[in-house]
Design a protein around this ligand. Structure first.
Ligand SMILES: O=P(O)(O)OC[C@H]1O[C@@H](O)[C@H](O)[C@@H](O)[C@@H]1O
Length: 314
């Protein structure tokens, strides 16, 4: 009897929706059966989109340059090994502002997925950057042997980004790190940032003078560029609406004790060639988890890890 046309057995779970990951042209996209998705460029390992609750959560400038010729204006650019303009007479002095991680091309190391409960998935995308992959210019400017592994994990309720730094060389090095997250908001005038009260901050718009936050719910009403220091990383920073006190984002961290709050406001926004439209400063606020107020020293052979986890509309 000819059994060749017998239909092959279909596993019971074969038709259940699964997370999907696509990799093409320097772009990795992952999505969950429940609809959440994330997009990461290999250039800078920059997360450029995170969709949850049916809408985009990250701000991406309409004029952002996405061809790898300059850092992406929006999403989550990674700042390493120096935050801001490098200090003079430091190992990072010859690097550009915010270092080289956001303007180097990373390698996609792979994906993994797991199921916490039925239909509730997590997808993890891993990216790597090491000293051998840097441009000659960056290697000369910061000649340390390092390895970075950046993991972007998407779940139904959160986007987690974690950076592991390893010193693969024979001498110690110092670094700073920051996840420069551009949150998308409908109207900056209706935004309040909580859990910064009584914390010390350096105000970069006022000659880097030091102040203590007096507001339990910070409003952004002008150009803002502040480095809040020594926070408890497990205490979430909450971004909420002023009108009905609805929490929009909750940001927890591990080993990232500082939070930078940045909004360029009218004039600075106009002055940035890759920021647009001009009025878009009303639709974003950067709340950036990092370790930037001091230097982390990493001894030869050692590793360090910093983590940010953002939940949206809790
Ligand atoms: O224009 P860049 O290099 O992306 O930096 C944007 C901003 O990044 C913030 O983290 C800094 O505190 C600001 O001072 C800076 O202006």
């Amino acid at each position: 009897m000819d059994r060749s046309k017998k239909p092959s057995a279909i596993g019971v779970g074969a038709s259940l929706p699964q997370p999907s990951v696509s990799v093409q042209d320097g772009l990795i996209e992952a999505s969950l059966p429940s609809g959440e998705s994330v997009t990461v460029y290999l250039y800078g390992a920059t997360v450029t989109s995170w969709k949850a609750n049916g809408q985009e959560q990250l701000f991406l400038s309409q004029k952002a340059v996405l061809d790898g010729s300059k850092p992406v204006r929006g999403g989550i650019p990674l700042v390493f090994p120096v935050f801001g303009p490098p200090p003079q007479n430091h190992a990072t002095s010859s690097l550009p502002q915010h270092g080289f991680a956001r303007n180097s091309t990373w390698e996609f190391l792979g994906k993994s997925s797991s199921e916490a409960s039925k239909g509730d998935f997590a997808v993890k995308l891993d990216f790597g950057l090491s000293h051998t992959m840097l441009s000659e210019e960056f290697r000369k400017a910061w000649p340390y042997e390092f390895g970075l592994v950046y993991s972007v994990t998407l779940t139904k309720s959160a986007l987690k980004t974690s950076l592991q730094v390893t010193n693969e060389g024979k001498e110690n090095f110092e670094f700073q790190v920051l996840m420069h997250t551009y949150l998308s908001v409908e109207d900056i005038s209706n935004i309040r940032i909580k859990n910064l009260e009584s914390k010390t901050y350096v105000d970069k718009t006022r000659n880097a003078s030091t102040h203590t936050e007096s507001s339990p719910a910070l409003a952004i009403t002008d150009e803002t560029d502040r480095v809040y220091q020594d926070l408890d990383p497990t205490k979430p920073i909450i971004v909420s609406t002023a009108s009905d006190d609805q929490p929009l984002f909750s940001i927890t961290r591990e080993a990232l004790g500082d939070i930078v709050v940045w909004n360029p406001w009218v004039e600075k926004a106009k002055g940035m060639s890759d920021f647009g439209p001009d009025e878009a400063y009303k639709n974003m606020v950067c709340v950036e988890a990092g370790s930037v107020s001091t230097w982390q020293t990493l001894e030869a052979g050692d590793s360090w890890e910093g983590v940010q986890s953002i939940k949206s509309r809790l």
